[in-house]
Ligand binder design. Structure first.
Ligand code: 1HN
Length: 346
C-alpha cells in the first residue's frame, strides 16, 4: 500500500501529525532495532601520566571540601558533555590531599573506588572506616552515608566508578548531605572483612541487601589468590585467568548494577578475540601490554585506564605479567536477559 503514495503526500502527512506529538515508526525503525549494538561510545585510553598533572593542578585550585568531591571526569570522546565513560557508566579520578576531608553525603547511585596512588587515606561507610592501599576495590552501596579523609602525608588518587547514567536514565536519583564532615565511627576498622570476608557469615545474617557487606576487597588478597591459582597453568583463551568479585552472602556480583573483575595475563600471553554486550572500563594495575579494540591498538602500563565499548572485539597481549581490574554493567544485562558474548571470530 505504502508504495502507492508519493513522498510529498507522506511528508505532508508527517507534518500534519507532528503537532500531535506523533511520529511514524517506519521512518525511525532501523535506528531503533539495530541488528547488532551500535554505540556512540568509543574505544579510548587515558594515560595516567598525562592525566595526573591536571588532577594535581585541580588540587591547587579547589579544596576537596569546597568541591564536595574533587574529581576530573573521564568523558568518553563519543559522549562528551554527558559525564559518561560508557553509555551506562561514569568514571572519574578523585584526589584527596593530606589533611583533607570529602564531607559525608549519600545518594542512590552506587559507587566503586579503585585505588591508584597513595596509601592510608580512608573512606567511611556504615560507621566503619577502611584504610586504602593501591589496587584495593572499595564499595559505597546505594544510599549509604560516605565520607573520605586523608591523614597520610601523601596525596591519594583513586578511580571512581558509578552507575550515574543508569540511575539518570531511570530518573531515580536522590541525594542528601549529612551536614557534617564525617559520619560517626561505630565499628572498628576491618570489621566487615572479618565478618564477611573469611568464608564465614554471621549465623543469622539475612541477605536483604543486593550489595556486598564487604566494602574493601584488599588487593593484597586478590593478588595472592591469582598467584596461587596460576600454578595450575589453566588459562582461558579469551581471558587468561579472570575472576569476578563476589557478594559472599548471595554469590552474585558485589554490586547490583556494576560487575567487577580482576585478571592475570602472564608475560607473552595473547588472548583470542572476544566480545560481549557489556561495555567495560579496564585499569592496568601491574605490568604492561596492549589491547586491540576493533581496529585500534592501545598500549598500556600501570594506572592507565581504557574503555572497551559494547560488542567491540578485543584482544589483549601482555608484554610482562599483567594484572587488569575492570568494571562493567554486566549484572544489569544478565538480569534483564540481554547479556551476550562471542568468543573467537564468531
Ligand atoms: C560521589 O559521591 C563520589 O563519594 C565520587 O567520592 C564521585 C560523582 C558523582 C556523584 C557523586 C564520592 C561522584 C559522587
Amino acid at each position: 500500500m505504502a508504495d502507492q503514495h508519493d513522498n510529498t503526500e507522506r511528508e505532508a502527512f508527517y507534518e500534519r501529525i507532528d503537532p500531535h506529538n506523533l511520529t511514524p515508526l517506519w521512518s525511525v525503525m532501523s535506528g531503533l532495532i539495530t541488528p547488532e549494538p551500535k554505540s556512540r561510545c568509543e574505544a579510548h585510553l587515558w594515560r595516567y601520566d598525562e592525566v595526573r598533572p591536571a588532577l594535581m593542578e585541580a588540587g591547587e585550585l579547589i579544596t576537596a571540601k569546597e568541591a564536595e568531591r574533587r574529581v576530573l571526569i573521564l568523558e568518553n570522546p563519543g559522549l562528551r558533555g554527558q559525564s559518561k565513560i560508557t553509555t551506562s557508566l561514569y568514571a572519574g579520578l578523585q584526589l584527596v590531599k593530606p589533611g583533607e576531608v570529602a564531607p559525608a553525603h549519600r545518594h542512590t547511585q552506587t559507587a566503586l573506588r579503585f585505588v591508584l596512588e597513595g596509601s592510608g587515606a580512608h573512606t567511611a561507610v556504615n560507621g566503619e572506616r577502611t584504610y586504602m592501599e593501591p589496587g584495593d576495590f572499595v564499595i559505597t552501596p546505594n544510599w549509604a552515608w560516605h565520607d573520605h579523609g586523608n591523614d597520610s602525608d601523601a596525596p591519594m588518587v583513586w578511580l571512581d566508578g558509578l552507575d550515574i547514567p543508569l540511575v539518570q536514565f531511570l530518573d531515580a536519583s536522590f541525594a542528601q548531605g549529612l551536614g557534617a564532615d564525617e559520619q560517626p565511627v561505630t565499628r572498628p576498622a576491618g570489621d566487615a572483612l572479618a565478618r564477611f570476608g573469611q568464608g564465614l557469615l554471621p549465623v543469622d545474617h539475612d541477605a536483604a541487601s543486593p550489595t556486598s557487606p564487604i566494602f574493601n576487597y584488599p588487593y593484597e588478597r586478590s593478588r595472592a589468590a591469582l598467584e596461587t591459582m596460576r600454578q595450575r597453568d589453566e588459562w582461558d583463551a579469551c581471558h587468561g585467568l579472570k575472576m569476578r568479585y563476589v557478594n559472599p552472602v548471595t554469590g552474585d556480583y558485589a554490586m547490583p548494577t556494576m560487575g567487577t573483575f580482576v585478571q592475570l595475563l602472564p608475560k607473552g600471553f595473547a588472548t583470542q578475540s572476544y566480545r560481549s554486550t557489556d561495555a567495560t572500563v579496564m585499569v592496568c594495575v601491574e605490568g604492561n601490554g596492549s589491547s586491540q579494540i576493533g581496529d585500534e591498538t592501545f598500549t598500556w602500563g600501570p594506572r592507565d585506564i581504557f574503555v572497551v565499548p559494547s560488542w567491540h572485539p578485543v584482544r589483549h597481549e601482555a608484554a610482562g605479567d599483567a594484572v587488569l581490574f575492570s568494571y562493567s554493567d554486566r549484572p544489569v544485562h544478565e538480569k534483564l536477559g540481554l547479556w551476550r558474548e562471542a568468543r573467537g571470530n564468531a
